[in-house]
Design a protein around this ligand. Structure first.
Ligand SMILES: CC(C)(COP(=O)(O)OP(=O)(O)OC[C@H]1O[C@@H](n2cnc3c(N)ncnc32)[C@H](O)[C@@H]1OP(=O)(O)O)[C@@H](O)C(=O)NCCC(=O)NCCS
Length: 192
């Protein structure tokens, strides 16, 4: 079974492993128009990770998945303009950075948000995704939150099924069509 660890509990030497930043910056594909492809996202966000907002799953010593969460206005990525300006120059770097900040701000209405979840392709269907979701809910409960929210892309049936199997329910459809996501919520007192 995978071992799940809060990133900030790892040593600085362990966190310096580039495989971890690569894994954690691999999500947010829907924002590719702002933060580019996988390699670009790693350059923009890889040095700005808040490890206290990331749970990592390890199997045989290798990181095979993560779940990131956001609360108290702090998510897994620090908002730093410098990497954007280095990557895209001025003014495009600032424009893209502003867009990224707006998308991050939009989520601050959720008291506790499951921000991102990913399991390496070779490790899927072994229960690691579910274990990460459960561990994330335990983090929320331990901090006194009564519910966990998340947003799932409309076309991601597999993730939606996983969340439904792990106690989440779909919230009402949104009035605004963008971004194309559906909000989900899990009450913690009922299931933990
Ligand atoms: C979605 C994702 C995180 C699921 O990860 P996972 O580790 O495969 O998840 P699990 O193994 O817990 O569950 C997947 C399926 O395997 C099944 N499963 C779980 N343990 C199993 C086991 N030991 N043997 C066989 N099947 C198993 C589950 O029942 C589940 O089936 P379901 O989809 O019908 O519910 C993964 O597919 C992924 O990283 N996708 C890309 C990123 C993504 O979409 N993220 C979500 C963004 S909102």
């Amino acid at each position: 079974m995978a071992k799940i660890v809060l990133g900030s509990d790892l040593t600085p030497e362990a966190l310096a492993n580039p495989q971890l930043a690569h894994l954690v910056t691999g999500g947010r594909g829907s924002l590719a128009f702002l933060i580019g492809d996988n390699a670009c996202r790693e350059r923009l966000l890889g040095t700005s990770i808040h490890w206290d907002r990331v749970l990592l799953a390890f199997e045989d010593g290798a990181a095979v998945g993560y779940v990131a969460f956001k609360h108290h206005l702090r998510g897994p990525f620090a908002l730093r303009p410098q990497p954007f300006v280095r990557e895209f120059g001025w003014p495009m770097g600032w424009l893209r950075f502003a867009g990224f900040c707006l998308s991050e701000l939009r989520e601050w209405r959720y008291p506790f948000l499951l921000y991102g979840l990913r399991v390496s392709k070779t490790a899927r269907h072994h229960g690691i995704g579910s274990a990460l979701v459960q561990a994330c809910c335990q983090q929320a409960a331990a901090r006194g939150f009564k519910e966990v929210f998340l947003e799932v892309p409309l076309d991601n049936d597999r993730a939606r099924a996983l969340y439904l199997h792990n106690g989440f329910r779909l919230l009402r459809k949104r009035w605004v069509p963008w971004p194309p996501v559906r909000s989900m919520q899990r009450r913690l007192e009922a299931v933990l």
